[in-house]
Design a protein around this ligand. Sequence first.
Ligand code: T3D
Length: 258
Amino acid sequence: MMYIKKEIVGGIGKIVLNRPDVLNSFNREMALDMQAALDEFSNNQQIRAVYITGEGRAFCAGQDLAEAISADGPGLTQIVRDHYNPIIKKIRNMEKPVVCAVNGVAAGAGANIALSCDLVIASVTASFIQAFSKIGLIPDSGGTFFLPRLVGMQRATALMMLGEKVVADEAFKIGMIYKVYPDDLLQQEGLALAEKLSLMPTKGLAFTKKAINLSFFNNLEDQLDVEEQLQTAAGNTSDYKEGVNAFLEKRKPLFTGN
Ligand code: T3D
């Protein structure tokens, strides 16, 4: 089965979660296919932005609960350690921007995979549910890391404990996501955003992402050191030279990602 559809559109690596009958909930095969797709797009230098969305009416309903309780299934520990944790690490360590277009409900691990991406947009009828508490679990897939940082402790705690649905407009208002679009414009706008990013200085964006990742752990002194190092590296890229030359020559820059 092709539970993950992959496509390369110009400089964009597109991933579509594809188990629409069960709202794109993840079973083991789908999680491993997702990891493989992320690896492939990470290694492909022609791809300069990654785009993730869902097939059908949902983005992703998280873990396939039938698999989760199946006696011969992988079991909780393996599901978290081998399925979701690698997906989140691959997204955060991807040296290119990852755009997530949430096209419908995003629940459980589905919500938190979305929130781990660099820019999260959603259709107006999409929603986010930290569904874990309703079945006695804790938010995984980075939820306890990203959500308090995005919306603050109080809201994050309430969302994670109560498991209430947050509609897209509310998610936007509380800073959980970047933008909301009408349903029929989401894919067009999402791909335009990914394309825009794919034409930007890829290494500079990767260094920015690295600095953001490190900022979660550093004090100001250490973070200023990180900025110094990464700015030096950014200054050694061809795209930096192109950006400055284009500005001085009053023309549009042509970035190559190098
Ligand atoms: O071992 C572990 O579990 C550890 C890992 C944890 C990570 C997690 O993600 S835990 C959280 C798992 N997800 C959930 O608890 C969400 C479960 N789904 C729902 O609450 C609802 O489906 C939604 C709120 C997301 C959407 O509701 P609605 O009314 O729009 O759709 P529906 O009718 O509930 O679902 C449509 C179909 O998808 C339905 O199948 P059917 O009746 O048409 O044959 C439903 O059973 C199926 N489905 C939806 N979510 C899941 C699922 N099947 C398996 N697993 C699911 N997560």
